[in-house]
Write a protein that binds this ligand. Structure first.
Ligand code: G3P
Length: 225
């Protein structure tokens, strides 16, 4: 399962890239608004930092299929042809996906709450389908289970698409999907930083350091022993 950053704050992205094994960046219009910067300024900075071949997902905003295709072309022009254009999985979106697929675009179908949306998006040419795990949970359904159903539907129908699960609020949701082997998960910096934030882990590491220092001296490590 790929691990992707769902954020547009370049400082956070750089910090996560330094410490964690991540595979790219996803954004949406809300995330861009949170950055408070001009969309293509921040997106170009992200593209430059992660590299031309890394996965970058950027969402269209237009309401019609024709407008979505125009948005997608501008995204590709500004950020590279390989950039994944995120298209909402609605009627107009499926039409846009079919047009863009014919151009060999990389498509991420987004705003997915039901397996049927994902099935139609994959048939329309999406490489990724992004179910919103936590938002689905908040509606009283099981987001992880819906993502697993989508994964199975793709496999059982030989559809060339993967789940890119989004909208996480805790690491258990991510772990359940890693165990199932879905294609990718994208999470906010807060959720990523919390993946190994655990008192037991910190306390175990501190005990090792304390014990070693009691043997060799404060501040000493294996290189000094
Ligand atoms: O791109 C959509 C997804 O990332 C939404 O996440 O946390 O706003 O539910 P969230």
């Amino acid at each position: 399962m790929k691990l992707i950053i769902d954020d547009a704050h370049i400082d956070q992205i750089k910090k996560i890239y330094e410490f964690y094994p991540v595979d790219g960046v996803t954004t949406n219009p809300t995330i861009l608004a949170q950055s408070g910067r001009k969309p293509y300024d921040v997106l170009k900075e992200i593209r430059e930092f992660i590299g031309a071949d890394a996965e970058l997902h950027v969402q269209v905003v237009a309401k019609t299929a024709e407008g979505m295709v125009e948005d997608a072309h501008r995204i590709q022009q500004e950020l590279g042809k390989n950039t994944f254009v995120k298209i909402p999985s609605i009627e107009q979106g499926f039409k846009a996906m079919k047009i863009l697929k014919a151009e060999n675009a990389n498509i991420t179908a987004t705003a997915i709450y039901t397996p049927m949306q994902a099935f139609l998006a994959a048939k329309a040419g999406a490489s990724y389908a992004a179910p919103y795990i936590n938002r689905i949970d908040n509606m009283g359904y099981d987001g992880v289970s819906i993502a697993q159903h989508i994964h199975d539907i793709f496999k059982n129908n030989n559809l060339n698409a993967n789940v890119l699960a989004a909208s996480f609020k805790n690491s258990q949701q991510m772990l359940d999907l890693a165990e199932y082997g879905v294609g990718a998960a994208t999470a906010s910096p807060d959720v990523i930083f919390a993946l190994v934030k655990n008192e037991a882990i910190t306390s175990a590491i501190n005990a090792f350091i304390r014990d070693f220092e009691s043997l060799v001296g404060e501040g000493k490590t294996m290189k000094d022993a």
